[in-house]
Design a protein around this ligand. Structure first.
Ligand SMILES: [Zn+2]
Length: 232
């Protein structure tokens, strides 16, 4: 067995740990991407809401115009009671007729505005339903990602426990070098190719380095990248 075999075993576990840690780091970003998918539907709903508000506003405006004119007619009729001549009475009647004409026109406008509200309301309901539908799809993905996160965390805890055991089997001098290098270069332990080339940085090693690696008795490192070398 190679002297670096315990280190290779450790490196295999560390490789899995790195993958799991990367996945844990990536999940929040994946969740954010899922949520971004709702932006289009949210914007469409906001547009439909604004459109509905405007359409409803036009109905209300016409309604206020009608009410104001009805109040005016009411006031005129109250004043008519106090009139002395028939002529004055007729003038007031003409004024009332004119205002009633305006009321007719505002009521027609109000009806048209109410008709306009119908399709706008339908579009609003559609946009609302679409957002809810997309939200439920996204919620499903988010739940999957949360479940994935929980299982990745569990796997990570298990791998870390496994690592603690595997680390006990690695000689201290190997461990020191490996731990120092593993945050800078990955993988740390690489094979030396038959033509004496480091599999990490591809530097040609001297024949004596090749010999030491094949002798398989101690820690041999690449002259350039410092990776630990082992014979294939
Ligand atoms: Zn190298």
């Amino acid at each position: 067995m190679s002297v670096v075999q315990p280190l290779l075993d450790l490196q295999e576990i560390d490789g899995r740990i790195r993958e799991l840690q990367k996945e844990i780091r990536d999940i929040p970003q994946r969740k954010a991407q899922e949520l971004e998918r709702l932006n289009g539907a949210r914007e469409a709903l906001a547009r439909a809401q604004a459109e509905h508000k405007n359409a409803q506003l036009r109905v209300n405006e016409a309604d206020l115009e009608v009410k104001a004119r009805r109040d005016k007619i009411q006031a005129i009729k109250q004043n008519q009671v106090m009139l002395k001549t028939n002529k004055e009475f007729q003038i007031f009647n003409l004024e009332i007729a004119k205002i009633e004409g305006e009321i007719d026109s505002y009521e027609a406008r109000q009806l048209a505005a109410m008709d306009d509200v119908i399709p706008v309301k339908a579009r609003l309901a559609e946009a609302d339903a679409k957002l809810k539908e997309e939200q439920s799809v996204v919620d499903g993905y988010l739940a999957e990602l949360d479940a994935r996160l929980a299982s990745v965390r569990e796997a990570l805890a298990a791998a870390e426990a496994e690592r603690a055991e595997a680390a006990k089997k690695v000689e201290a001098r190997f461990m020191f070098h490996y731990d120092r290098l593993r945050t800078k270069r990955w993988p740390v332990v690489v094979s030396l190719q038959p033509d004496c080339v480091c599999n990490g940085c591809h530097l040609q090693q001297t024949p004596s380095v090749g010999q030491m690696v094949r002798r398989n008795q101690g820690l041999v490192t690449c002259a350039d990248c410092s990776r630990i070398l082992y014979a294939m």
